[in-house]
Design a protein around this ligand. Sequence first.
Ligand SMILES: Nc1nc2c(c(=O)[nH]1)N[C@H]1C(S)=C(S)[C@@H](COP(=O)(O)OP(=O)(O)OC[C@H]3O[C@@H](n4cnc5c(=O)[nH]c(N)nc54)[C@H](O)[C@@H]3O)O[C@H]1N2
Ligand SMILES: Nc1nc2c(c(=O)[nH]1)N[C@H]1C(S)=C(S)[C@@H](COP(=O)(O)OP(=O)(O)OC[C@H]3O[C@@H](n4cnc5c(=O)[nH]c(N)nc54)[C@H](O)[C@@H]3O)O[C@H]1N2
Ligand SMILES: [Mo]
Length: 751
Amino acid sequence: MHLFATHFGTYEVAADVDGKPCLKPFRHDPDPAEMGLGYLELADHPERIRAPMVRRSWLESGPLARTGGQRGKEDFVEVSWDQVSTIIADELRRVHSTHGGQAVFGGSYGWASAGRFHHAQSQLKRLLNLVGGFTSSVNTYSYGAAGVLLPHILGVDYKDACDTSPSWSDIADNCELLIGFGGFRLTNAQVEAGGTGSHRAVEWLRRCQERGVRFVVLSPAASDAPTGPNVRHIPIRPNTDTAVMLGMCHTLLAQGLFNESFLRHCTVGFAEFESYLIGEKDGTPKDAAWASKLSGVPEEAITELAGELHDCRSLINVAWSLQRARFGEQPFWSAIALASMAGHVGQRGCGFSFGLTSVNSTGQPVRRLKGPAFEQGKNPVRHYIPVARITELLEKSGGAIDYDGLGLEMPDIRLVWWAGGNPFHHHQDLNRLAEAFRRPDTVIVTENMWTGTARMADIVLPSAFPFERDDLAASSRDNWLVYSRRAMEPPAGILTDHEAYCLIAEKLGCLDAFTEKLGIEEWLARIYEGYRERYPELPDFQAFRLRGFAVLDEGEDAPAPADHFRHFVADPVAHPLKTPSGRIEIASAIGAFGYPDMGDHPTWMPPEEWLGAELAERHPIHLLSPQPAHRLHGQLEYGSVSQKAKLNGYERFTLNAADAASLELKDDQLCELYNDRGRTIAALSIDAGLSPGVAVLPAGGWFRPDGAGVDHGGNPNTLTAITPASHLSQATAPNSCLISIRAWHGSAGGF
Ligand SMILES: Nc1nc2c(c(=O)[nH]1)N[C@H]1C(S)=C(S)[C@@H](COP(=O)(O)OP(=O)(O)OC[C@H]3O[C@@H](n4cnc5c(=O)[nH]c(N)nc54)[C@H](O)[C@@H]3O)O[C@H]1N2
Ligand SMILES: Nc1nc2c(c(=O)[nH]1)N[C@H]1C(S)=C(S)[C@@H](COP(=O)(O)OP(=O)(O)OC[C@H]3O[C@@H](n4cnc5c(=O)[nH]c(N)nc54)[C@H](O)[C@@H]3O)O[C@H]1N2
Ligand SMILES: [Mo]
């Protein structure tokens, strides 16, 4: 079968009536994602990068003239591949020999495309590692706060926020009550990093409902609650989930409804937490009335839910979005404390989980295919940043930052190279990022399209789309392997990242080390054989290629579902967690780092930007920026599915009817969303199910500032702040953002 693998699923490559290649849903996928069906339309889109390009004054005067101030404002000159590979090789040599490898920032965060070989970051990092290395980045935008917190609280085995979840099958069979903080935004489950052959999250959710699992969803958006029976939606003020969870903890404590034996055997630090809950330290009991005032959730709802959490076989799920906020570690830590008090952790389908439906794989009862990728080699440079500190890195050069008990030195960055990511989509406070991006001597970007990031570069390398090359796709959290076969040739003048880097490696004298003298087919076979070594039941490479896919445990009974914490809870001494105490740390030594924004136990701290903040008097709307339903971040922005969801090319945002009326705004009206950091234009859609004082503008609109600095792409990151979740994680926190909204009277599309 001729298949094409993406992060949003697998598609069959067919021919349309004119004989041109087109994509069809994969026959084995019960819930294929619509957004990918038009992917091939992008092949000849006008925004495609068609040749290597160099910014004019950089080309004319070179890196030492420091013309970075012109980045994003000046035109580009087309050059040949021979020219551009010489220019880049010379520039890498110059920076490495004059400043050292740490002066190159190659962290290059981003989702790129599915495919283990053509993985954009791995290709770039392998090249850079061969010529002196680079300053790198750690963690993710997805769950950066959780990724640093959870190893302290649950142990390193649970670093990946997906790994705490019970299986959907166990939830359906055993759980009676599923409380979802942040709800279940089902369009998110269309995505899986690395790809999948089968979208199953929605099916599992339905099965839970059929089996009588009751759902309670706390979210500012009613649309986060699944439709169907047994679902209750409770509106909540953004960023106040910690308060509600603490209010529930207090209720359990006050009513004596907590599992003392579980707390004694399986956790440490409860006494300290208890003292905080009853207000011994600060005079404020964290009771339901207190939590209600902060969150807007009725007091009775908090006490009633707390009782039910204890009385029923219950599971608390927290969406990843909640930790993408100021103090984002707290709702995850609080959920662990609350579930520990309720006492069902370790029982099948119960306890706590993070990110059910945030992506397809969370909770899937499948064996995971862990396999090799294109090796990056060894980086001789030891410097790194937490991924969301890019602005400070470029601004400060030579400064230091706190991170997880360490002090990280920030090297002086002279050269930035980004491939497979779009910081001018994904990072916060883009106007500030743009200034920071103007500091280094040289910026290189490898891209398919003229994204905001490509426009901010000095040197742009055009990259083939994933449907223009062969690859082998698999997610390390899923059980599908797909042979992703080229659907068409790339246009003349456009190379794959690998081909482009071969030209540069040749100029740098490391071509053989870069390719190991293997062709693409040999690389794919080698990667596949790496999988077969671990899973001998997989068919041989030729059979796999011919069929187009392989599935672990195909046709067999589903493997035994994961039973995280089961052995630990049964015997915490024999099966300790990898935490300092061997148990769940309700209080932890991370408090001793002394960070102003991290205590010893789950704690409510009011963010600088939320509806209860002083700033709300000036900017009274809390902006949330969830994942876009119609594309993958900024990818497929120009696909027909994404374009259809817009109004005349403008991104849509939502607001409830009362807020719209008080601002004298109407449905479909173009509005300006603004605060002290920036301005962006989007079209209003009234959403009756949205809480008052909340606006929703999904991420992924392209940053397209006009001459006055007003973004016409509807990118929420023109408004969000770089303030981290905390000094512990230094993670991204876009969901703590206050804004104002007014009608837009400027020109539409005049940019
Ligand atoms: N406000 C706000 N901002 C957010 C979030 C949020 O919730 N709110 N979420 C954050 C999260 S969780 C994430 S993961 C990030 C995602 O941020 P990114 O991962 O940076 O977003 P993508 O648009 O997927 O960027 C990938 C880029 O790689 C390019 N690309 C694809 N294939 C290839 C290839 O083979 N080679 C090369 N060279 N390039 C390729 C694509 O054209 C695309 O521009 O955004 C974060 N930003
Ligand atoms: N279609 C599509 N799917 C995707 C992606 C994509 O780009 N497109 N990106 C993928 C990626 S990289 C990631 S990391 C995951 C992210 O998965 P998540 O982090 O789970 O998803 P989000 O869409 O950011 O947010 C989910 C919901 O949280 C709610 N929410 C936000 N803030 C609060 C709060 O303070 N309290 C409460 N109670 N609720 C709140 C919002 O209403 C929102 O609908 O999604 C993945 N799935
Ligand atoms: Mo993400």
